[in-house]
Design a protein around this ligand. Sequence first.
Ligand code: COI
Length: 355
Amino acid sequence: MKNEVLLSIPIEKSATSKITNVDFENLTFGSIFTDHMFVCDYKDGAWQTPQIVPYGPIELEPSARVFHYGQAVFEGMKAYKDEEDQIWLFRPDENFKRINKSSKRLAIPEFPEEFFFQGMKTLLQLEKDWIKKGIGNSLYIRPFVIATQGSVLASPANEYRFMIICSPAQAYYGGEVRVKIAEHYSRAASGGVGAAKAAGNYAAQFYPTNLAKEEGYQQVIWTDADTHEYLEEAGTMNVFFRIGDTLITAPNDDKILDGVTRKSVIAVAERNGIKVEVRRIKVDEIVKAVKDGKLKEIFGSGTAAVINPILGFGYKGEKFELPKIENSYANLFKETITKIQHNEAEDPYGWRYKV
Ligand code: COI
């Protein structure tokens, strides 16, 4: 990861700011964006000079390939402000590696490291007033790449746009979360794009998630496409199960997103002496454990959601509730990770990155 200033990004400043109209105490996730955005185009076989411009609509050909073939990938990151007004990112090198891994899978040219870090740092410095202090507050950062070439030929584009937009954030899920375990629909197939943060992975979940919502659930936990016997991940989160005192999560493969919060949870668990098993988990194992009273917790992890307890689940027409728990693992991980993110605790892992 490059830390030194190597590149100066041209900035076109917005004439006005929207910030005074924003109610930072009552934010709906991902609905308000800051005053500027980072833009970098790919053409003639190279990424061109990046720039920062006022946030606003962009013009694209209706034939741009992103609209027709979904050639688009993205990342989710957060910036935090500590009590001394210093700005921090959390493991941004992981997001950088992952967006290029996703790009590669979608035949999108990889983005230069220097542009990514320098672009992000310059943008965050410009938008620093949008980052509010205090645990629970952050600036959600959305880097993404789209295929902009105008042509409906079904092959990789030769023009792209890489952008970064930012949105002040509080909690992703407002209330309690219960999930439906998928029995029919699936999120990812072996050899597919499940491990990539491809835009279409999310669109494909909307319809089955709507059906689950009609039944009173907030999310779906996906199962393997072949047998629907093994648990994979939820719509916006990786998932952890606590049976007895053991923490279990599915392994990363080509179907499951290599979540940054997921790998942080595993590291914190191991450092705290908690037994972690990264292995395939059968739905039947979870159903049996809940019936036997051994399933103590389920929680999701993700950048947007942080750590989100899952209070119950539905499977094959049955609804299961988890017992209330004191000293939950979910709380331990949430507190440990958010304190590191906000520079309120030691960071023995070296995860914090100063902007
Ligand atoms: C994130 O946690 O950053 C995600 O990408 C989930 C998103 C779809 C809100």
